[in-house]
Design a binder for this molecule. Structure first.
Ligand SMILES: [Zn+2]
Length: 231
């Protein structure tokens, strides 16, 4: 049978590659022995607490512009470390396993047929220049591939440079991001259902503002999906 032979050849080179270039888990620094190409080990992946009940924030007109917000995991321990390495230390190889976590969640809990287009929450150009990549865009690109959808990445602009939100209370956060996003005039979101993607959801202020800009541009429905939910 040809398949097992091929697998064993692939395994052989995999083992050889691991011997030549031993890989260690980005989170716990233990050696990764399996043939999985993930930058984090299976033990660490198992420690990520998902959101199996698919708990959600329903948008009410007076509170949120999005119709629904979901998150794939809890922002704690391993996930916190992953996001920190991913965003602030440029470990973009984490987009693979983190994106997979989101796409598995999305396939289970959001009907792909309902979504017309995937939009990542944009970074301000100054921040993008500093960081060199938009973490939400890397996650959204993974989702777009898995859900077989188009990602629209340059039609929503972040026009307001905002201070970090972490220390702010909910009403301060809402004020901080008010008017932060603008949809380009040539964008076509009319009557579309948008899957809006962000890394961390805390109060929902950023997703609300971005969803508001999309709704103002004619979007019919905005479903927000974050990788993790913080407190
Ligand atoms: Zn590990």
């Amino acid at each position: 049978m040809p398949t097992p032979v091929l697998t064993s050849v692939a395994d052989f080179f995999g083992v050889l590659f691991n011997l030549l270039y031993p890989r260690v888990c980005l989170i716990c620094s233990h050696k990764i022995n399996d043939l999985n190409i993930s930058p984090i080990c299976g033990d660490c992946v198992d420690k990520i607490r998902g959101n199996p009940e698919a708990s959600r924030i329903e948008g009410k007109t007076e509170d949120f512009a999005f119709d629904l917000a979901l998150y794939a995991a809890r922002y704690e321990e391993v996930m916190k470390k992953c996001i920190c390495l991913f965003k602030y230390e440029g470990k973009t190889q984490l987009a693979g396993p983190l994106g997979k976590l989101m796409s598995d969640f999305a396939v289970r809990n959001i009907g792909a047929e309902e979504i017309d287009v995937i939009v990542p929450v944009p970074l301000h150009p100054v921040k993008l220049r500093e960081r060199q990549f938009n973490q939400s865009e890397l996650l959204a690109a993974h989702l777009a591939r898995k859900m077989n959808k188009n990602m629209v990445r340059d039609k929503v602009r972040r026009i307001k440079y905002t201070a970090p939100q972490t220390e702010l209370k909910r009403d301060q956060r809402l004020r901080n991001v008010r008017g932060a996003f603008l949809v380009r005039k040539n964008a076509d979101f009319k009557e579309k259902t948008v899957l809006l993607v962000d890394d961390v959801l805390t109060t929902g202020a950023t997703l609300h503002e971005c969803a508001k800009a999309l709704k103002d541009a004619g979007a019919k429905k905005v479903v927000a999906l974050a990788l993790a939910r913080g407190n």
